[in-house]
Ligand binder design. Structure first.
Ligand code: WT7
Length: 704
C-alpha cells in the first residue's frame, strides 16, 4: 500500500493542477495506537467493517439500537416509504431521559453523571450523581409540564451557557417528549428570538448571567430582546423561565417582567420531590431542533429524531470515543452546538459515563487551565476543536508538560486540523500516549461520519480517516461522476446511504430539506430506494489511496469560524440594516487561530458619509443580529462592488483581495477598474500570495 502511495505522490508532483493545490498538505506518516489502549478498547475486531458492509445494511444498525432500552421494540429497522425522509427503528418506542438516567440508577446511582467546573477557579467543581440528576430532572419536568403547560410535541427554546441546569432542562424536556431547541449562549437575543419564533416556542428558558473571560455577563437582557424580536415576527413567547447562576443572587440588571418572567428557583419549590413518568415516545418523534446556517439568509432548524439519533450517538460514543463508565470524559465544547448535544450530553449519558461540563473559555485565567482541570478531575478522554488547540498552543506551548494528567484518547472536531497542530496535540497534550480521532461530521448528521476506529486504524495527521462502520461515502464531481480515491482530485463528499443519526428534516420546510441535501445528485425524485438518494454534505474532500478522507472545507456560502458555521447571507442581511449601506458582501479570510474569519465589504448609498462611523455601525449590527462570534475582522467601505455584466457581486474577487491572492483575470467584469482600486486599498504594496490558499477560500463565491 505504501508503494502505491509513493507512486501516486510522484505522479502528482509532475501534474500540478487545481486539486493538488487544494490538498497542499502532503501525505503524512501513520501513527499507531499503543497496545495499552488496544488492550482496553471496546472495538478491536476489524471484522466490524464486514459486519457493517453494504450487504448487511440496514440491519447492521440493530447493534446500535440494542445499546438502548426500548419500551416497545421496533419492527422495521429502516422505513424508506417517504424517501428521503427516513424512519429508523419504526414501530419502536423509547424515552431519551429514561435511557440517559433512570436505567443507570440501579448500578450507578452514586456515580457522577456530570462534573461541573465553573470558570472562577477558586470555586471547587460540583459533582452531580445519577441519583441527583434523576431528582432534579424530574422536578424540572414537573415544572415544565404543570407550570409551563407543555406536553409532548411542543417546542421550548433554551438559551443558556454550559451550566448543569442546561442539560437538566434538556433532559426534563426529553422526559415529557417536549422538543428542545437550544440556542448557543453566545448568540444575540435577536438571533434567539428569530429561532424561538421559527420553532413556535411559547416558553423560553434562560439564566440571569454566567462567567465568561473572568467577568459575569448579563444574559437575561438577551431574553428581553428575544421576546421583542419574536413579537416582531408575530410570535408570542408567553413565559420566560430564569435559572440563577448563583442561588439567591440575581446577576442581571434587567427587571423581571410581571406575569412573563419567573425564577425557576422559586417555582421549583412547588414541585419538590415530584416524579414524572418518562413518556414513551415513538422512535421517529423529534427529540430536538438545532439551528444552523446554510446558504440562504435564515438559519434552519435541523430536526433530530429520538430512536435513530440516540442509537447513533450511543454507538459512536462507545466505539469511536471508547467511552467506558469508568472513564472521566471531558468534551470542551459548548452544549449549544451539536457537538455538545451528541458528545457531552446524549452519547455519554446513554452509556452511564461521567461527563465534565466547563463553563468558561479555555485560557482563563491562563493557558494552563485545561490541564489543571484534567489533573484535578482525572480526565482520561479529552475532546476539543482545532481552534482551541491552536489557541492553547500559541498561548502556552509548554503548559501541558507541567501537569500530571494522562489521556488515553483525544478527539478533534469541527475544522480541518493542520498536521503541525495535530502533532503538537499528539506529542504535547497527549504526551505521546493518547490516540487521536479526527471526527468529521455536521449538525445535520447527528454523529460522526468519518474517523479512524481508535484501536484498529492507524492515525494520519490532517486526515479524518475512513468512513465509520455503516457509512458509505462517495466523492462526486459537479456532474455527478464519481471521483475515485487515490486520483488526487477533490470533489463533493456525499454519503450514499441513510444512517440512524441523520436529521429528519428542516423544521417546517420539507422542500428546502430535499432541495438542499438531495436535489443535486438525485436522479429520480419518486424513488423509494435509498440508493437513489446520496446525501450532499456541502464539503469538498479528497480520498487518498489508503481510503482516508481529507476534508477541505465548505463548498457553499458558509464560513467555518473557529469550528462554527456562519452563513454569509445572514451576515450580509445584517449589514443591510445599516441605513447608509447599499450593498454588502461577506467573504472568509484565513486566520492563524480561528481557521477562517469573516471580512465585510460594503458600498454606500449616495451622499456624504463617514466611513469609520459606517464600519462601526456594520460591526454593531452583526453583533446585535447574530452575536459576537460573527464579528468581522475588517469592514471595508468601497466605492462599488466588483460585478459581472449581469450585476452579480463577485465575492470570489473580494476573497482573493482579502487573502492577499492574485485576483486573476477580471477584464470580463462590468467594472474592472474598481477591482484595482479595492486591491490597492486593501493589499497596498504587500506581495501577492498565489499558493497554499485553502480550497474553500480560493473558490469562495464561485458559481457552481
Ligand atoms: C462543518 C459542520 C461536527 C460538529 C461541529 C461542527 C466542518 C467538521 C470536521 C473535521 C474538517 C470538519 C465541515 C462540516 N468540519 N468536522 N474533522 N475536519 N472539517 O458542526 O457547525 O454543523 O459544521 O464543519 O466543513 O461541514 P457544524
Amino acid at each position: 500500500m505504501a508503494d502505491v502511495r509513493v507512486m501516486k505522490e510522484k505522479e502528482q508532483e509532475t501534474e500540478v493542477n487545481e486539486a493538488q493545490i487544494a490538498v497542499h498538505w502532503k501525505e503524512e506518516q501513520y501513527f499507531y495506537p499503543s497496545s495499552k489502549f488496544i488492550g482496553q478498547a471496546y472495538l478491536t475486531d476489524p471484522a466490524v467493517d464486514q459486519r457493517f458492509s453494504e450487504k448487511n445494511f440496514p440491519e447492521c444498525f440493530r447493534e446500535y439500537a440494542d445499546l438502548l432500552s426500548w419500551d416497545q421494540y421496533w419492527h422495521t429497522t429502516l422505513d424508506t416509504s417517504d424517501a428521503p425522509f427516513w424512519k429508523w427503528y419504526a414501530g419502536g418506542k423509547l424515552n431519551a431521559s429514561y435511557n440517559c438516567i433512570d436505567r443507570h440508577l440501579e448500578q450507578y446511582r452514586n456515580k457522577a453523571a456530570f462534573v461541573f467546573v465553573g470558570e472562577p477557579e477558586d470555586v471547587p467543581p460540583l459533582s452531580i450523581t445519577y441519583q441527583e440528576l434523576y431528582y432534579q430532572v424530574n422536578e424540572m419536568a414537573a415544572l415544565l409540564r404543570d407550570f409551563g403547560g407543555l406536553k409532548a410535541g411542543d417546542r421550548v427554546t433554551i438559551h443558556m451557557p454550559v451550566v448543569p441546569e442546561l442539560p437538566i432542562t434538556m433532559l426534563a424536556c426529553a422526559r415529557l417528549g417536549v422538543i428542545h431547541s437550544v440556542v448557543f449562549g453566545g448568540f444575540s437575543g435577536e438571533a434567539c428570538g428569530m429561532r424561538a419564533a421559527d420553532s413556535g416556542s411559547k416558553v423560553l428558558v434562560t439564566i440571569d448571567g454566567y462567567y465568561r473571560s473572568g467577568a459575569m455577563t448579563d444574559h437575561k437582557e438577551k431574553a428581553d430582546i428575544a421576546v421583542k424580536t419574536a413579537k416582531d415576527e408575530k410570535h408570542t413567547i408567553e413565559k420566560v423561565l430564569v435559572w440563577h447562576r448563583e442561588p439567591g443572587k440575581y446577576n442581571s440588571k434587567t427587571p423581571m417582567v410581571e406575569g412573563r418572567d419567573f425564577f425557576v428557583e422559586d417555582v421549583l419549590k412547588k414541585y419538590a420531590g415530584q416524579i414524572v413518568e418518562p413518556v414513551p415516545m415513538p422512535s421517529e418523534a423529534p427529540l430536538f431542533l438545532m439551528y444552523t446556517s446554510g446558504t440562504t439568509g435564515r438559519p434552519k432548524g435541523c430536526q433530530h429524531g429520538t430512536g435513530g439519533y440516540l442509537s447513533y450517538v450511543a454507538g459512536t460514543t462507545k466505539y469511536i470515543q471508547d467511552l467506558h463508565p469508568t472513564d472521566v470524559y471531558w468534551c470542551m465544547a459548548d452544549i449549544g452546538w451539536i457537538t455538545g448535544h451528541s458528545y457531552i450530553v446524549y452519547g455519554p449519558l446513554a452509556l452511564a459515563a461521567t461527563s465534565v461540563l466547563y463553563e468558561g473559555v479555555p485560557n482563563y485565567p491562563d493557558a494552563g487551565r485545561p490541564w489543571r482541570v484534567a489533573k484535578r478531575l482525572n480526565v482520561n478522554i479529552f475532546h476539543t476543536s482545532p481552534t482551541a488547540i491552536r489557541m492553547l498552543r500559541k498561548a502556552g506551548p509548554d503548559e501541558p508538560a507541567k501537569y500530571d494528567y494522562h489521556f488515553k484518547h483525544m478527539t478533534t472536531v469541527g475544522e480541518p486540523i493542520e498536521p503541525e497542530v495535530w502533532k503538537w496535540y499528539h506529542e504535547v497534550v497527549g504526551k505521546g500516549e493518547a490516540v487521536i480521532v479526527d471526527t468529521w461530521w455536521q449538525t445535520e448528521t447527528g454523529g460522526f461520519l468519518c474517523s479512524t476506529k481508535p484501536a484498529i486504524d492507524p492515525m494520519k495527521p490532517g486526515s479524518a480517516g475512513p468512513a465509520l462502520p455503516g457509512i458509505y461515502p462517495v466523492i462526486f464531481d459537479e456532474e455527478g461522476k464519481e471521483v475515485k480515491g487515490g486520483s488526487g482530485k477533490a470533489g463533493n463528499i456525499c454519503i450514499r446511504n441513510p444512517w440512524p443519526g441523520m436529521f429528519q428534516t428542516i423544521y417546517g420546510d420539507r422542500d428546502r430539506f430535499v432541495a438542499q441535501y438531495y436535489r443535486k445528485y438525485n436522479k429520480n425524485p419518486k424513488s423509494k430506494d435509498w440508493r437513489d438518494w446520496p446525501y450532499f454534505a456541502g464539503d469538498g474532500a479528497v480520498q487518498a489511496p489508503d481510503g482516508y478522507f481529507r476534508i477541505l472545507g465548505r463548498v457553499d456560502d458558509v464560513i467555518n469560524v473557529a469550528g462554527h458555521r456562519l452563513g454569509t447571507k445572514e451576515l450580509e442581511s445584517a449589514c443591510l440594516t445599516v441605513n447608509e449601506v447599499a450593498e454588502a458582501a461577506v467573504i472568509p479570510v484565513v486566520d492563524e487561530v480561528k481557521g477562517r474569519v469573516p471580512e465585510v465589504y460594503v458600498s454606500l448609498k449616495p451622499g456624504q458619509h463617514n466611513a469609520t462611523a459606517v464600519s462601526e455601525a456594520v460591526t454593531k449590527a452583526i453583533e446585535h443580529q447574530i452575536g459576537k462570534i460573527a464579528r468581522p475582522k475588517k469592514v471595508h467601505v468601497v466605492p462599488d462592488m466588483p460585478k459581472t455584466r449581469s450585476g452579480k457581486i463577485m465575492r470570489r474577487v473580494l476573497a482573493a483581495i482579502s487573502n492577499q491572492m492574485d485576483t486573476g483575470d477580471v477584464t470580463t467584469l462590468a467594472n474592472p477598474d474598481v477591482v484595482e482600486q479595492i486591491r490597492v486599498m486593501v493589499q497596498g504594496n504587500r506581495p501577492v500570495i498565489t499558493k497554499d490558499v485553502p480550497e474553500d477560500v480560493k473558490r469562495f463565491g464561485e458559481e457552481r
